[in-house]
Design a protein around this ligand. Structure first.
Ligand SMILES: [Zn+2]
Length: 250
């Protein structure tokens, strides 16, 4: 696939989420002023955070085409993640989004989604690296830290408190905005290295081919020439990361 086609397909795949932010940015600005005082002083429980992630999961699953478990994509992923439902003390659930975008993401509530574009690009062990990397983000609490910040600086929590302490159902626009800030925002290099180190240990622990960490990142580096869409927009610097993984192979 040439670069232009890749960008076009990615833009198509990301259509829904890239249309929304302009309208949502306005909302969020208002919420920021309204909620900052109250939310900063209050602690946010894990249950509450997970309730927001659960709502985001339901909404995003609705917006994307989920591969049937009997389809080729569905079967392949289920085979790759068999036995990982309670990996490392986490409760995980996996699905494929049928979209050509080369992407995958995880949320603190254990939701892990892999896009069919990534499955098409990668071998089984390379997909296992990506899954291990995403589990690493969950284990290290990276998306949890982000949603805490997003909620603290918004009025979402004020709305929740007003309903008597229960977590209120957020509007689609609020969930979409949280998704942009918590899932589609770029991870820091520190977070990336931490998730990569976790993925390397995961590959070794389960006796998968750990060289796939390097080849997966090299593939991503190759398609990133001139473009940084999909997984690359949230997971930067694949070439440097491939080098880091190479040094951990022994
Ligand atoms: Zn990452």
């Amino acid at each position: 696939m040439n670069k232009r086609d890749f960008i076009k397909l990615t833009a198509l795949a990301a259509g829904m989420s890239s249309l929304a932010p302009t309208a949502l940015a306005l909302d969020f600005g208002k919420m920021l002023n309204a909620g900052a005082g109250l939310a900063k002083s209050a602690s946010i429980s894990d249950d509450e955070l997970n309730a927001y992630f659960d709502q985001m999961t339901v909404q995003y699953d609705k917006q994307n085409k989920i591969a049937d478990e009997k389809s080729a994509y569905g079967k392949r992923l289920q085979t790759l993640v068999k036995g990982l439902e309670t990996e490392d003390g986490l409760k995980l659930n996996f699905k494929v989004y049928e979209t050509p975008e080369v992407n995958a993401f995880a949320m603190a509530n254990g939701t892990i989604r892999v896009y069919s574009g990534l499955l098409d690009l990668m071998t089984d062990d390379e997909v296992r690296y990506v899954i291990g990397h995403e589990i690493g983000h969950v284990k290290a609490g990276h998306t949890k830290a982000r949603i805490q910040t997003a909620i603290r600086t918004s009025a979402l929590r004020e709305a929740a408190s007003a309903t008597g302490g229960n977590v209120s159902a957020l509007a689609d626009s609020q969930l979409g905005d949280l998704f942009e800030k918590v899932i589609r925002a770029q991870h820091s290099q520190g977070n990336e290295n931490e998730a990569d180190d976790y993925a390397m240990a995961f590959m070794k622990r389960r006796s998968y081919n750990s060289k796939a960490t390097v080849s997966a990142l090299e593939k991503l580096a190759k398609i990133s020439e001139g473009s940084s869409a999909g997984w690359l927009s949230t997971h930067p610097a694949p070439a440097a990361r491939a080098e880091r993984m190479k040094n951990q192979l022994a």
